[in-house]
Design a protein around this ligand. Structure first.
Ligand SMILES: C[S@@+](CC[C@H](N)C(=O)[O-])C[C@H]1O[C@@H](n2cnc3c(N)ncnc32)[C@H](O)[C@@H]1O
Length: 140
């Protein structure tokens, strides 16, 4: 049996912890708002895209993906994938090639003589605003 006085103390402690957490949350919100007031839309976009990796991690795990190793950028990721399929005949389709950076890189990486690569694009740019930096009609 836990004495009533111990239960009372424990509830009091939890209540204090909750109050402190609430206060910290409010202070954090105020601090972030002050910081936000000094940033450009592009800075905020950059921060948001970093935070989005939390959602990427959650999404991957919820679907049973455990990507290891992590690659520093997409070029290193492409190279790692290409290593695994080296020698395979590949049909590569890319929808939205822009200036063909990715398509060209894959053309270098995929070496099987019967591999074929096809790129598609309206060349009219993004159909809608993507973010603060990539606006409707951009990347065309
Ligand atoms: C972000 S860029 C692609 C970048 C490219 N995948 C790369 O890795 O370098 C998006 C491209 O998709 C094209 N695009 C967007 N919506 C399209 C649509 N509905 N049909 C065809 N092309 C589209 C745009 O013209 C633009 O060139």
């Amino acid at each position: 049996m836990v004495p009533d006085s111990d239960i009372g103390q424990s509830c009091h402690l939890m209540s204090l912890v909750n109050q402190v957490m609430l206060r910290l949350r409010t202070l954090t919100q105020v601090a972030l708002t002050v910081i936000g007031a000094r940033l450009t839309a592009a800075h905020v976009q950059e921060l948001n895209s970093m935070i989005n990796y939390i959602e990427v991690g959650r999404w991957l795990r919820s679907r049973g993906f455990t990507p290891t190793p992590r690659h520093a950028d997409r070029w290193l990721l492409y190279a790692a994938i290409a290593e695994r399929i080296q020698g395979d005949r590949v049909l590569f389709l890319e929808f939205g090639v822009y200036e063909g950076y990715t398509l060209r890189r894959w053309a270098e990486l995929l070496t099987h003589p019967a591999t074929s690569l096809h790129g598609f694009d309206s060349f009219m740019g993004l159909p809608e605003d993507w973010d603060e930096c990539a606006r409707r009609g951009g990347v065309a």
